[in-house]
Structure formats: structure tokens, C-alpha cells
Ligand binder design. Structure first.
Ligand code: G1P
Length: 291
């Protein structure tokens, strides 16, 4: 199987759950300590072997472009002032991967966003990482995108990351049903976008990471609009599943969905507590609050 080299990061959505801040500031640019959410997502892709990234953006998302573009004036300023550490951090970030941008002019759903990547992807398997969600794994050397790429490079077809959710939450996710063929690896037979609890095939929810076969584009092109009047990636994958294998992988890790306020604050604590510079002072503060 060809290696997974390219990734798509959809980051065009309005972020309505995070208004008013998301009106002019992309939710993907909100900071977790001192790095925007989308930088963690790009770093996961790069740590998974991805060398080429296409970020799908829209109006009011230009800050994402600026973040990854070189800023030569700022670099000269840092150089002149001898701020070596900051300069290196900037340069490291800008040279991590080839990063491209494309506009999704109308919010037509996740499937519509992916369809804009068709020409860029061509005829090879590719990763999709949702730009508002950071996923951490127990073993940091094996990000979830790498684990999915391994499944696809071994078995072919497509693969999605899964996490079990309580029954009352299945209607928020794409839910996959199928047979467990080895520990944690499920061969899909059903895939439904946001089912009602009484009609769900399982409690295994797709969790912001995919590695897809390029055949998905032909299915996206013929898939009618689904839930919410939007073109759903899940529906196109359910159609593709009839021709090619789809695997779900239950991963050992944590999903930080930055698009919602409570999880955003929790994620800042999670990453803040791990930091050498502020971790212990933050821990003291949290303990003080809890008293
Ligand atoms: C999207 C997908 C859904 C998936 C979810 C989290 O939904 O359509 O299948 O489970 O992301 O990865 P959204 O959160 O955009 O409504």
C-alpha cells in the first residue's frame, strides 16, 4: 500500500458554540497555553509522517494562514535582539511541513470541505484531522493519525479513530458498528451520522481523525445532502464501505474538543500542568481553588 503523506485539516466552520470569540478569531487559533490549537494538530500530522498539509479555511480564518507563513520582519527583529529561542521556535514551526490553503466558500458540511481537497490529494490515501480537536495518546511516539495510517498501510481501504461514548451522546457523533477482528480493531459493517440512541449500531464514536482512500471523492460526489442539510463525510464513507474495507480503531488516549467552552478550559489545564515553566505554579493554584 502507498504511504500516507498528505493530510487535510478542515478549519472553515463558523464555531457557533464558541461565539462571540469565534466571530473574528478562528476557534482553531485559540491558545492552549502559548500555541494555537491548530499547531498541535499540525504537529500531530507531522509526527505521524505527513509531509504535505492542506488546510481548508473560509472568511475570518486568515489568521491561520498568517500563523504558518514566514514573517521575515519579525524574524529580523528577534535576530537583532538576540532572542534565539523564540526565533528557533518560529522557524521550526514554519518548516515542519509544506502547508497549503484552500477556501470553502459556503458551509456545506465536512464532506463538502473534503471535496475541495480532491485535486490536491490525487490518487493516494490521505489523513483528515479536524482542526478544532487535539488528540493525545498514552504513547506520544504513536499519535492516533500514525496508528490509523498503519491500519490502512496494512489492510488497505480507510480507517477512523473511535472512542466509546455514553448512549445519550451518540446523537452528537458518527457512530460505527461492526466486528472486532483483533483487540481494538473493528471491521465496519455500519456507519451512521448522529443516530438516535434507540437506533444506534453501537456506542463507538468517530473521534476527529480519519485516514481515507482516494475513492472517497467519487462517493462524496454522488452522496446526497444528509443530517442538517449538509454533505456528510460519514454518508459517503458508508457508501464507500460497500466496495472497500473500513476499519475503526479504538485508541488509547484523550480527545480535547476545543470547540466547546468547558473542554477548552480543561485542555488548557491539561497542557498547562504538563509544562516545565508553569506546571507546578498552576498546580498550586488549582489546589488552592479546590480548597
Ligand atoms: C463531525 C462528524 C462526526 C464526528 C465528529 C467528531 O461532526 O460529522 O461524524 O463524530 O465530527 O469527530 P461535527 O462535530 O462537525 O458535528
Amino acid at each position: 500500500m502507498p504511504k500516507v503523506r498528505k493530510a487535510i485539516i478542515p478549519a472553515a466552520g463558523y464555531g457557533t458554540r464558541f461565539l462571540p470569540i469565534s466571530k473574528a478569531v478562528p476557534k482553531e487559533m485559540l491558545p492552549l497555553v502559548d500555541k494555537p490549537v491548530i499547531q498541535y494538530v499540525v504537529e500531530e500530522a507531522v509526527a505521524s509522517g505527513i509531509t504535505d498539509i492542506l488546510i481548508v479555511i473560509s472568511r475570518s480564518k486568515r489568521a491561520i494562514e498568517e500563523h504558518f507563513h514566514p514573517a521575515f520582519d519579525l524574524e529580523s527583529e528577534l535576530e537583532a535582539k538576540g532572542r534565539v529561542e523564540e526565533l528557533e521556535a518560529l522557524r521550526r514551526m514554519q518548516s515542519m511541513a509544506r502547508i497549503h490553503f484552500i477556501w470553502q466558500p459556503k458551509m456545506g458540511g465536512l464532506g463538502d470541505a473534503i471535496l475541495y481537497a480532491k485535486d490536491h490529494v490525487g490518487d493516494e490515501p490521505f489523513a483528515v484531522l479536524l482542526g478544532d480537536t487535539v488528540v493525545t495518546t498514552q504513547d506520544e511516539s504513536r499519535p492516533v493519525t500514525r496508528q490509523l495510517a498503519d491500519v490502512v498501510e496494512l489492510h488497505g481501504g480507510s480507517a477512523v479513530a473511535l472512542q466509546e461514548v455514553p448512549l445519550e451522546k451518540v446523537s452528537r457523533y458518527g457512530i460505527l458498528g461492526g466486528d472486532e477482528i483483533s483487540p481494538g480493531l473493528i471491521r465496519a459493517t455500519q456507519f451512521v451520522e448522529k443516530p438516535k440512541p434507540e437506533a444506534t449500531p453501537s456506542r463507538l464514536a468517530v473521534s476527529a481523525r480519519y485516514v481515507l482512500s482516494p475513492s472517497i471523492f467519487a462517493h462524496l460526489e454522488k452522496t446526497p445532502k444528509g443530517k442538517g442539510g449538509e454533505l456528510q463525510l460519514t454518508d459517503a464513507m458508508a457508501s464507500l464501505m460497500k466496495e472497500e474495507a473500513l476499519h475503526g480503531l479504538r485508541y488509547d488516549g484523550q480527545r480535547h474538543d476545543i470547540g466547546n467552552k468547558l473542554d477548552f478550559i480543561k485542555a488548557n489545564l491539561h497542557f498547562g500542568l504538563q509544562r516545565a515553566d508553569i506546571g507546578s505554579a498552576l498546580q498550586e493554584y488549582v489546589q488552592q481553588l479546590a480548597r
